[in-house]
Every structure is written in structure tokens, then in C-alpha cells.
Design a protein around this ligand. Structure first.
Ligand SMILES: NCCCC(=O)O
Length: 111
């Protein structure tokens, strides 16, 4: 399975934790927010998007400090900061994607 597709499948299996912004399996970028515990029961609206957009750079900073992952983020129009993950290295394995998912979850769940 192509690794971006695998990442999308992993995130789709955890909808309370990963909010996919562009749900197209053929898309090469995985665009998503990570949803910390405190925001999981909140209805999805512009206020929640704003809060998710605040969480995104904090997760990025913690990833960089620990040196485990480097995933870009950006806003797009009215959409606040979200992760835009691109897997371009053919050496990336499912275990690497599993690590990405678990590491974001570990860093972000209590933010
Ligand atoms: N100033 C936005 C930086 C985005 C990123 O670190 O991916």
C-alpha cells in the first residue's frame, strides 16, 4: 500500500484524534488537524478550527525539540494552521507511518 494512502487510512481509523481536511486518497498531501482530548467533544465549527489551528504549531515545536518528526503546517485561506504531510521517500515503511501517528498523538493529546 502506498504510504500516504496508509497514513490516510490510519487517520480515518482514528476520527476523534485526526480531522482530515482533504479526504481524497489519491491526494499526495495528507492535510489534517490533530485533535487534543479537550476538543474531541466540541462540535466542529469555526471556533474549533481556530483552536485546532493554535494546537498545530505547538505540536510542531514539540516534535522539533524532541527531534522525532518534521511535518510542515500552513493556513489556507480561511482554514487555520493545519499539518500538510508529504511522504516522498520510497524508503518510508508502515512502521514509520505508525510512529508518526503515535508520536503526534503522544505529543498532542493533552495540549
Ligand atoms: N511559519 C510557518 C512554518 C510552518 C512550518 O513550520 O511548517
Amino acid at each position: 500500500m502506498e504510504m500516504n494512502e496508509y497514513l490516510m487510512a490510519r487517520m480515518r481509523s482514528l476520527p476523534e484524534k485526526f480531522h482530515i481536511i482533504v479526504d481524497d486518497p489519491e491526494y499526495v498531501n495528507a492535510c489534517f488537524w490533530y485533535v487534543p482530548k479537550r476538543l474531541r467533544s466540541m462540535r466542529h465549527n469555526s471556533e474549533r478550527e481556530h483552536l485546532l489551528g493554535e494546537v498545530t504549531p505547538i505540536i510542531k515545536q514539540k516534535m522539533m525539540e524532541k527531534g522525532t518528526l518534521m511535518i510542515g503546517y500552513q493556513p489556507q485561506g480561511d482554514i487555520p494552521n493545519f499539518f500538510r504531510n508529504i511522504i516522498s521517500n520510497p524508503a518510508v515503511k508502515k512502521a514509520d507511518v505508525d510512529f508518526l501517528v503515535s508520536e503526534i498523538d503522544r505529543i498532542g493529546e493533552d495540549l
